[in-house]
Each structure stands twice: as C-alpha cells, then as structure tokens.
Design a protein around this ligand. Structure first.
Ligand code: GLN
Length: 449
C-alpha cells in the first residue's frame, strides 16, 4: 500500500469514528498531497526512514501552518509560524503529519477532560477517560487513526494515556529530545516522546527525534543511537528492580496484572530484584510545587498582546488554579518556603531513584495507581486527580527515561507496565518491552493500517 492510499484510509476512518472519540483538534489539509510527494520519493528510492508513516502531533508542538492550540481558548486561532525541531526531523525522514491531537488544556491534567474542545474517549475502554494529558495522541494510536503519535510528558502525560489506552509510550531522558517548539508546561520537566502501537515504531520514532540540538542548551550531546536496529528480545540475565512501595499506592487489581507480567519477565530469563523507594509518595507535592511555579512563569507571555487571548480571562479552572498558586508561591518564595523546598526534595528523589537503579538494569512496576474513571464523573478535589500521577512524576523529577507497554487488563480495561531506566538507557527499556511484546503475541506488522 502506498502512502497516499494509506493516509486516505486513515482519513476515512477518522471521518467515520472521530466525531465520537475526539482524538483530533485539526487535520492537516495538505496531507494527501504530502503523501503523494513521498510516494514519488519512495519510487525514486530517495525516501527517509519514516517514509509514508502517518504521524499525529499533540497540539502543544509547533507544526508550521497548523494550529498549536494547547487545547485552550487562549490559543484557539494560533497558527504556528515554524516547525519544532522534532517536526523538522520527522519531515526530513518523510513522515507525514496527519493532524493535531486533543489534550488537557496546556497539558495540565491526567484525564483529557480539561480540553477546551471537549474530552476524548478511550477507544480501548469506551465510556472511560483515555488518560492525559496526551489524550488525543494515545487515543489516535489506539483507534488506529495513525501509525505513530507524539506526546509530551511533564509528569506522566505520555505514560498515563498509553497505559489507559493499551498502547506503547516512552518518555525519554530529560535533554535527549529537543524541546524547541514545544509550548512549555514546566520547562525543567517537559520531554517530547513517541506513542505507538508497538515497540518497533516507538524505537523508530525515538531514533528520529532524539539528539543534540546546538541551539538548545538543555539537549545532551551524545552519539546518535539506532534504537530500532538494536532492538533485542534477549533479556536473559537482566536484573529488573521492583519496589514494594509501588503496592502501597496501587489498586490490587492493577497490581495483579503487573505481578503477572513480572512473572513473564522471569520466564524470559530476567531476575526480579527488590529495590527500595521510601520517598515515592513525596514525589507528588514536589512535582506540583515545581509545576505551579514554572507554569506561572511560562504563561506570562500569554498576556493577550502577542498571541491570542489573555490566558487568565479565558482558560479553564485547572489552568487558572495553577497560575494563581504559582503566582502565590513565587511571591512567598523569598522565605524559601515552597519552591526551594521542592528543589531539595527533587534532589532527594533523584538520588533515591538513581541509587535504586544502580544495582539493576531497569525498574518495573505499575504506571497509574487506579483504573481510569468514567467520563463525566465529577471530581471536585484536585488532589484526587493529582493522585493519578504518583507513580509517573518521579521519573520526570529525576530526568530518567520511562516506557509503558500493555501488561494485561483489569475489568476489561488496559493496564500498562512502566519500565524506568538509567539516564540515556532507553535501549534497555525498549528491549524489555520488546521481549514482553513478542511474548504476548502482538508484533510489528507493517500491513495493518
Ligand atoms: N498530570 C500531570 C499534570 O497535570 C502531568 C501532566 C503532563 O505530564 N503534561 O501536571
């Protein structure tokens, strides 16, 4: 099947099913033309590694000519004037951008429900939230509206929806993937990463978007990795850490599924080793204090003069809450009460995770502590929403990579296994996921549309 045919099949499917799912905010009006151009290149054997693959992009990443709305009324009509570095790299490898996906407003949320454009449905568990904040990206992959999607992850926004929607996702090491062109939630935590139907596509996309950008001081200058070529299912002898503390926070139904996949890993020759994470529960307050302050600062440019509307005048409740709390904390900060404390806890959490990782290859455990709630459930207490993030925020605070792959189902709802690794050891995470994936029978298959 050529790129044009494949893209038009996706478009048909989107037309039929996306009214209900609401994975996309906008489709690329030129996508068929762009696919045709790539088909010409394929015929001339000049095409790149993503040739003809349809890629969906979270609406907080700039793609020239398309809207980067952040799912907010603030940027409702904001059309990007440039491509983010990751988009330049995708285009260079001949991926076609099929559209911009729905998300929690300004990536603030874990459910997809705070979008100005309305909530996204979970294609893998109808009636439930798909998770967030990269809700549309995970849903677009799960509904087979695209081959690969990009999400962003500040405290779990790739891994959480990947878990709830039963797809693969990876949050890279902080600084591995350029953030230029990503609209910040919290710049010391944000990373762009892939969400895909399988590990091969996840590895392939990571390979394309990862790597040093001389224009960006937070990117790491390391040699380019060929994650997809180096995929290996042989994990015999791998030491996989598991922390008892995971169980304290996690629904036993979810834990049952996770324990099963740990057994599978053992059967594949890995050794499960106990590790300790006594400060696991402190991650949430550390994370949210950091986010409030950094988000407040990041939103000061949305003052209604340069882009769109003044954010405080049009945003939703969660975004406003964060701006007001960030403002308050910043004012009080002279006494070192909040942000400074958060920074101190952040180094403690980082040290603890790196110490736990030092004796093992990866740490495996649950991704989200509870099953996704039903769409429309009223959750008045923000702390209940924030509770979804307790297992994902530590990786962002420590800057380490974390992958998610479907481990099984609880009550018919997908449950994802989270695999965290040492900085820049994405390959090990991918290999563990690859081994599990082939063990469960699902495997990369180009022919599926
Ligand atoms: N759910 C977390 C939050 O609301 C994480 C969001 C994200 O990773 N973008 O901040």
């Amino acid at each position: 099947m050529d790129a044009e045919e494949k893209v038009s099949r996706y478009l048909e499917k989107i037309k039929k099913e996306d009214k209900k799912i609401k994975a996309f905010i906008e489709l690329n009006p030129n996508v068929l033309e762009e696919a045709r151009e790539i088909d010409r290149k394929i015929k001339q054997r000049k095409a790149g590694t993503l040739a003809g693959l349809a890629i969906a992009i979270k609406s907080n990443i700039n793609v020239r000519g398309l809207r980067a709305t952040c799912a907010s009324k603030t940027l409702e009509n904001y059309v990007s004037a440039y491509d983010a570095t990751v988009i330049e790299r995708i285009k260079r490898e001949d991926g076609v951008i099929i559209g911009m996906t729905n998300m929690d407003e300004f990536a603030c949320g874990s459910s997809g429900e705070t979008s100005y454009f309305g909530p996204t449905q979970n294609p893998a568990a109808p009636g439930r939230i798909p998770g967030g904040s990269s809700s549309g990206s995970a849903a677009a992959v799960a509904a087979q509206f695209c081959d690969i999607a990009l999400g962003s992850d500040t405290g779990g926004s790739i891994r959480n929806p990947a878990s709830h929607c039963g797809v693969v996702g990876l949050k890279p090491t902080y600084g591995l993937v350029p953030r230029y062109g990503l609209i910040d939630l919290a710049m010391s935590l944000d990373q762009i990463g892939p969400i895909a139907r399988d590990v091969y596509f996840t590895a392939l996309m990571l390979e394309v978007i990862a790597g040093y950008n001389p224009m960006e001081c937070t990117t790491i200058n390391v040699p380019k990795q060929e994650y997809s070529k180096n995929l290996s299912r042989n994990i015999a002898g791998y030491k996989i850490g598991f922390a008892r503390e995971f169980e304290e926070f996690t629904d036993p139904k979810i834990m049952g599924v996770i324990k099963n996949s740990l057994k599978k890993l053992e059967n594949l020759g890995a050794e499960i080793v106990d590790v300790q994470l006594p400060n696991l529960g402190k991650g949430l307050s550390t994370y949210y204090l950091t986010v409030f302050v950094e988000f407040f600062s990041a939103t000061r440019k949305f003052d209604g003069r340069r882009y769109g509307y003044k954010i405080e005048e049009v945003c939703g409740r969660e975004v406003l809450r964060r701006i007001l709390l960030g403002k308050y904390i910043s004012q009080k900060e002279y006494s070192g009460k909040y942000y400074k404390k958060a920074l101190q806890f952040r180094s403690l959490i980082k040290q603890e995770l790196l110490a736990a990782l030092s004796g093992v290859d990866v740490i495996a455990g649950p991704t989200v502590p509870k099953l996704p709630h039903e769409l429309g459930t009223k959750i008045e207490d923000p702390l209940i929403m924030y509770g979804y993030d307790v297992l994902t925020v530590p990786a962002n605070l420590a800057g380490i990579p974390g992958g998610v792959i479907k481990a099984g189902e609880a009550e018919g709802i997908p449950v994802g296994l989270q695999i965290q690794g040492k900085p820049l050891e994405e390959q090990r995470i991918l290999n563990v996921m690859y081994a599990l994936e082939s063990n469960s029978g699902s495997r990369h298959d180009e022919k599926r549309i």
